[in-house]
Design a protein around this ligand. Sequence first.
Ligand SMILES: C[S@@+](CC[C@H](N)C(=O)[O-])C[C@H]1O[C@@H](n2cnc3c(N)ncnc32)[C@H](O)[C@@H]1O
Length: 489
Amino acid sequence: MGKGKKRARSGPPGSTNHPSNRYSDNPPDFAVLASLYPSFKPFVFFSGARPRIDWTDYNATRELTRILLLHDHSLNWWIPDGQLCPTVPNRSNYIHWINDLLSSEIIPSCSGSKVKGFDIGTGANCIYPLLGASLFGWIFVASDVTAVALEWAAKNVQSNPHISDLIEIRDSKPLPDHSSESHVPEVVDRESQKHSSQTIPAEETTTLHSDSLDDVNKSYMGPPILLGVVKENETFDFCMSNPPFFETFGEAGLNPKTSCGGTPEEMVCNGGEQAFVTRIIQDSIILRQRFRWYTSMLGKKANLKLLISKLWEVGVTVVKTTEFVQGQTSRWGLAWSFIPTARKIISPPVAKKSISSFMLEGITRQYSAADVLQSVEEFFKSCGASCKLNSSTFSVDIVASSDQCNIISKNGIRDVETVRSHGYEKQSLDSSSLQVPEDNLSFRILVFQQMPGTLLIKGSLQQKDSPLSGLFSVVFCSLEESMKSKFCR
Ligand SMILES: C[S@@+](CC[C@H](N)C(=O)[O-])C[C@H]1O[C@@H](n2cnc3c(N)ncnc32)[C@H](O)[C@@H]1O
């Protein structure tokens, strides 16, 4: 979220809902719902004049989800005891964000055909396909690996004949004769799997496994996620995932303020969400444009930053993020694509200068000027710019192409936008946007110690009076934003 922007809040206290989310301005009225649905009535009590439910009671949260889906979405729904119980307003936010991405025209749309999505790990609740199909008429492949999820997701689809044709439930586990190869990424047509399997060409698997993604990230050891599950010739407008966030069930803990259930199979995987989403990225490197948008939810902001820089390394054309806030909990949405963006544009022009500077004040004790210098280098390297760090002059010389500058300034290592901000759409479609010139930009960043805890960061464009100075200013603003969020209290 940009500096100075307040998070817009509406609906229940502590929630930030997407403006198109029906609960944004109309939080569920428990008293009305209790009067309409006798099965919900026992869970509603009054605290003063306000009707409430006990959020720590699983039966209460499950019944609330059931009647919200019925009352507001005409959906019949149920899950067995203990299975992860979704909150409808929260899950609706992700669906609306995807709808924003699809209609943003950041990447060209495929007009005419029905939107087709892939829900990775749909759970017994099958919530995303049910909402996506009923709200927008989207078609879904909904995958999972546990018997209970596959059985109940199918039941939830069959209970809704008006949309049942739109949702296919698919088992992600490899067929038994291929179980020993489950970790090997393959593009497989599961229909014809018994006869042949189309293995990724050697050079592609080499790229995949030698990729730096494997070095720094925890490894995912589980069943296939996209590769080996997506059929030959299948294409999708998007994939989405609410992944198993945690590495251990202990880490998953139980939020004492709510009870949403969730079994270890649903909440935990080897390496947690970092490993799971890294595998989705690896799969996307192979599947590339067969999905218009790859997306996932994340539970840890640190993972968001790490995965964003990985995405730039593997050559995506665009990265988008958002924040979902529900009560005390924040979740982040991460989206990327390999499809060329519709137009090469950057944020609206800002003052053109060949020298810029900003102060880093209140730097936390553990960081030195050398750390900041190194971080400046990493900032530009992460988008592919070439950098030369000189530790005696405390400077970094940078040469960045217009595409790399575009990455930094448009999406860059920028922090998340809230679901309310929608800044990217405006940026991308704003008629005052600047066409990025083809030439490279060459500049130097210097770090000066002013006093303990304060540094001056100065940037100077090597091509004085360059027509690219506006672009330089935009890039420099992104650097300032990133350094301040990283080093300042
Ligand atoms: C946190 S739950 C999400 C369930 C549901 N989408 C929701 O939002 O409530 C994660 C789900 O991913 C499933 N899962 C784990 N590994 C998977 C894989 N390789 N492919 C598909 N689903 C997987 C789990 O069984 C579980 O149902």
